[in-house]
Design a protein around this ligand. Structure first.
Ligand SMILES: *Cc1c(COP(=O)(O)O)cnc(C)c1O
Length: 352
């Protein structure tokens, strides 16, 4: 059977390794000059004035909420069809979650569902660009509450010619091992507001402070930042390769009874994940085990919708998305023969 093709794998090269080795040799591995440079570069990519690096995307969300003054008694809106990081961040801030359904025709958060359910206590909304497909933020802006734009899966994506990250009051990024750019763990808060960024910078470290404010150790190290800078230089190439593989899948899967993601692609997607919807009657778990037998690891796009974890009802679109969709490997580290193997495996496993 040969080796399994993993669902995700970072694209590292000798330059990445040297960038990290250089920091090790310098003897200065904590937060320093590399972090500052990485902050500048990510802020630029996000179309924002400032960046503040932190230890993860979850830490970035947590400190974003705190920097907006959100705490106990406040409600923060977030999609149900998303990883649980967002829920944890809302709770770490002491706020309550307001879950929002997906749109019926995509994985995006439904602004109409939010508008119907929000109250005066709803103080902010976290809006992701799911799986690298940009969300139109205009309907969320109309709601009049601060927007945290979650770009954990979408650095480099564009909407109407502007980069993901440029739209929200705050935008956050993740550099976890399986994300678009990998530093092992890592995150970033970007904003045009100097005040927000200086609050995040203050809260991420506990040392040398005189006042009695609750702070954290959420700092990024120069080891991660050096790797991040090196990865960022390859972002364009990564996205080009992602789109190329996506177009190959599109062409090859068009004859199969599947709903393909690119139907909704406005052109600015970075194809972070390639998520197909299976027809009714074919189970996701069956498809995943058939693909596994062919040597390809597929996954559900998210572990479980958050409303299911919280025992809430009234999320028909998130339920439908979860019951029908599966993520097929797509990343720049895929070799040509692996792409072909994945295509053949999908043809074998998809219902005829
Ligand atoms: C991965 C991810 C996060 C959390 O990032 P971590 O670095 O893993 O903490 C938040 N939001 C979205 C949409 C993500 O995909």
């Amino acid at each position: 059977m040969g080796t399994m093709i993993p669902h995700s794998r970072p694209a590292f090269d000798e330059k990445d390794a040297q960038a990290v080795a250089e920091v090790v040799r310098s003897g200065f591995v904590a937060e320093g000059e590399k972090v500052r440079l990485f902050e500048e570069k990510v802020a630029e990519a996000a179309g924002k004035k400032f960046g503040a690096a932190v230890s993860s995307g979850t830490a970035a969300l947590h400190l974003s909420l705190l920097s907006l003054g959100i705490g106990p008694g406040d409600v923060v809106a977030l999609p149900s069809f998303v990883c649980s990081s967002l829920l944890h961040a809302v709770r770490m801030a002491g706020a309550e979650p307001l879950l929002v359904d997906a749109r019926s025709d995509s994985f995006h958060m439904d602004p109409a569902h939010l508008e119907k359910n929000m109250t005066a206590r709803t103080k902010a909304v976290i809006v992701p660009h799911p799986f690298g497909f940009p969300t139109d933020l205009a309907p969320f802006k109309k709601l009049g509450i601060p927007i945290i734009e979650d770009c954990a899966q979408s650095i480099g994506a564009t909407l109407d010619g502007r980069p993901a990250g440029a739209f929200g009051d705050i935008s956050i990024f993740s550099f976890y091992a399986t994300k678009v750019l990998a530093t092992g763990e890592g995150g970033m808060v970007c904003s045009d507001s100097e005040e927000i960024i200086s609050r995040v910078r203050d809260l991420r470290g506990y040392d040398n402070k005189d006042d009695d404010i609750r702070r954290f150790n959420y700092k990024m190290t120069d080891l991660q930042a050096a790797l991040g800078i090196s990865q960022l230089e390859k972002l364009k190439g990564f996205i080009g390769r992602r789109r190329e593989i996506a177009r190959r899948y599109d062409a090859s899967f068009a004859s199969l009874p599947l709903t393909l993601p690119s139907a909704k692609d406005q052109g600015g997607s970075i194809c972070f994940r390639y998520i197909i919807r299976l027809p009714e009657g074919q189970g996701i778990d069956d498809f995943i085990s058939q693909m596994r037998a062919e040597g390809v690891v597929c996954m559900r796009p998210i572990h479980k919708p958050l409303h299911q974890i919280l025992g809430q009802e009234g999320f028909p679109c998130a339920n439908e998305a979860w019951e029908r969709s599966v993520s097929v490997p797509l990343y720049p580290a895929l070799k040509e023969e692996e792409v072909e193997k994945i295509i053949a495996a999908v043809h074998k496993s998809a219902a005829r």
